[in-house]
Design a protein around this ligand. Structure first.
Ligand code: XBP
Length: 260
C-alpha cells in the first residue's frame, strides 16, 4: 500500500456517539414541537439506523405508521420535522451533550503533526458537522480538514460510495492512499465500494453487527486492546491507536483480513 496520505472520518458514531443522545433526542423534541405523538425509543432508533439520512429515516418510519400524513404530504412534513431536529441537535451539541469519542482528538492531532491530510465523509447534514466540530475544535475547525463531504453534497447516501469517491476526487489521491474510519456496516460498505481500506471502531448501536472486509475492527481508538488484528501490547496501553498502527494494518491487509 502507498504511504498513507489521508484519513477520512465518518462522523456519527465514529467521531462521536451522536445518535442515541443526539439525533434521537432531537427528533423526539421536533416531534413534540410539531404536535405529532411519535417518539423513538432507543431500540426503535437502533432499528431505524439502517436507513442513512435523518429525513430518509423519518420517511421510512412514516411508511410503517397508521397515523402518518397522506403520501403526498409526507415529504413536506419530513422536511419540516427534519429542519427542527437539526436545530435541536445543534442546541444539544452547543450545550456540551455530545463528547468526541476517546482517542479521536489524539489521532486528529497526530495527523496534523505528521502532515497526513484529513477529510470528513459523512451523510449527515452540514449544519450538524459544523455544530459538533465547532464545539470541539473551535471556530477554525474547518482548517483541520482538507475536504468535508456531507449529506447535501451527494445524490446517494451511504452505503453508496459517492461520499467517499467525492472526497478522494477533492484530495486528488487514490483509494489505497487513504484510510476510512467508520463505525457501522453501512459506512464500511460505502468506503469499501470506493476501494478504500477501512478501520472500524464499533459504536454503541453496532457492537455486535457483522463486520466483513475491514482492515481492522475494534472497540475504539482510545484502547489498544480488543482489536482484530491484535495490536502489539505496549508499555503504555493507555496511549490508544495511532497512525503507525493504522499504517501497519493497511500494510498487512492482504494477508490478515481477507481484503480483496
Ligand atoms: C449518519 C446518518 C445521519 C444522522 C442524522 O451518517 O445516517 O442520518 O443519523 O443526520 P454518517 P441527518 O454515519 O455517514 O455520519 O439528520 O443530518 O441526516
Amino acid at each position: 500500500m502507498a504511504r498513507l496520505k489521508a484519513v477520512l472520518w465518518d462522523m456519527d458514531g465514529t467521531i462521536a456517539e451522536s445518535e442515541r443522545d443526539g439525533h434521537r433526542l432531537a427528533f423526539n423534541m421536533a416531534f413534540e414541537d410539531c404536535g405529532v405523538r411519535w417518539r423513538w425509543d432507543e431500540a426503535r432508533y437502533g432499528e431505524l439506523l439502517r436507513i442513512t439520512g435523518g429525513r430518509e429515516r423519518l420517511l421510512f418510519d412514516m411508511n410503517t405508521r397508521g397515523d402518518a400524513p397522506t403520501v403526498s404530504e409526507r415529504e413536506a412534513v419530513a422536511r419540516a420535522i427534519h429542519a427542527k431536529k437539526n436545530a435541536y441537535y445543534a442546541e444539544l451539541v452547543a450545550g456540551g451533550a455530545i463528547a468526541l469519542r476517546g482517542g479521536v482528538l489524539a489521532l486528529m492531532r497526530q495527523c496534523r503533526e505528521r502532515g497526513v491530510r484529513m477529510g470528513i465523509a459523512t451523510t449527515t447534514s452540514r449544519s450538524n458537522v459544523e455544530a459538533l466540530m465547532r464545539v470541539h475544535l473551535g471556530e477554525r475547525w474547518a482548517d483541520w480538514f482538507a475536504v468535508t463531504v456531507c449529506g447535501e453534497d451527494v445524490k446517494r447516501k451511504k452505503p453508496d460510495p459517492e461520499v467517499y469517491l467525492s472526497a478522494l476526487r477533492s484530495l486528488a489521491i487514490g483509494p489505497l492512499e487513504a484510510v476510512a474510519i467508520e463505525d457501522a456496516p453501512g459506512g464500511l460498505a460505502a468506503a469499501r465500494a470506493a476501494d478504500i481500506p477501512v478501520v472500524v471502531t464499533r459504536s454503541a448501536y453496532f457492537l455486535k453487527a457483522p463486520i466483513e472486509g475491514a482492515v481492522a475492527v475494534g472497540p475504539g481508538l482510545h484502547d489498544r486492546r480488543g482489536w482484530r488484528p491484535a495490536l502489539r501490547a505496549g508499555d503504555d496501553d493507555a496511549r490508544g491507536v495511532d497512525l503507525d498502527d493504522i499504517e501497519g494494518w493497511c500494510a498487512q491487509m492482504d494477508s490478515v483480513c481477507d481484503y480483496p
